[in-house]
Ligand binder design. Structure first.
Ligand code: 4NP
Length: 146
C-alpha cells in the first residue's frame, strides 16, 4: 500500500500526516510506503516548519528528516491513495488528474467533508492540528487494513 499525504506548502500539515502515519505503520510492522507533497512549490527541499517538528517531537514523533516535495502528475501512478488536507488541495490535485482511475485515488484526509485547518499563520493551531491528524491516522490504518 502506498499513501501520499498532500497539503499546500508540504511543511505544516502533510509532513505531520506523513511522519505520524509512517511511525504508526512501522509500529504495526505493516509494509506500507508513506510520503507527502505540496500543491505549491515554494518550500521544495526544505524541512518541515519548526512548529510542526516541535509539536511532533513533543508527542514522540521525529519528522525532522523529511523534506518538502512538489506534487506532480507521476504521483497519481506511484500511489494507491492520495489524501488531501482541504478543499483547495482537492481542487488543485484533481486539476492534474488525467482519468477516472486517478481521480478516484484522491480523497479528503478527514471524513465527512471536514478540512484540516492550515496552522501556518497561528502558532496556537499546531497542537490541535497535530492531535486531529494523529487520531485520523489511527482510524485510516484500521480502515486500510480491512
Ligand atoms: P501547509 O501550510 O500547507 O500545511 O504546509 C502552509 C505552509 C506554507 C504556506 C502556506 C501553507 N505558504 O504560503 O508558504
Amino acid at each position: 500500500m502506498k499513501i501520499l499525504m498532500v497539503c499546500l506548502g508540504n511543511i505544516c500539515r502533510s509532513p505531520l500526516a506523513e511522519g505520524i502515519m509512517r511511525h504508526l505503520v512501522n509500529e504495526q510492522e505493516l509494509n506500507w510506503e508513506i510520503a507527502s507533497a505540496g500543491t505549491g512549490d515554494w518550500h521544495v527541499n526544505q524541512p518541515a516548519d519548526k512548529r510542526s517538528i516541535d509539536v511532533a517531537s513533543s508527542f514522540g514523533y521525529d519528522i525532522s528528516k523529511q523534506r518538502a516535495k512538489h506534487f506532480n502528475k507521476e504521483m497519481f501512478e506511484d500511489f494507491d491513495h492520495i489524501l488531501v488536507m482541504d478543499q483547495n488541495n482537492l481542487r488543485d490535485v484533481l486539476k492534474l488528474a488525467s482519468n477516472e482511475i486517478q481521480r478516484e485515488k484522491v480523497k479528503l484526509f478527514l471524513p465527512d467533508e471536514s478540512e484540516v485547518t492550515d496552522p501556518y499563520f497561528d502558532d496556537r493551531l499546531f497542537e490541535p492540528v497535530f492531535l486531529e491528524i494523529e487520531e485520523r491516522c489511527k482510524q485510516l490504518i484500521e480502515e486500510f487494513k480491512q
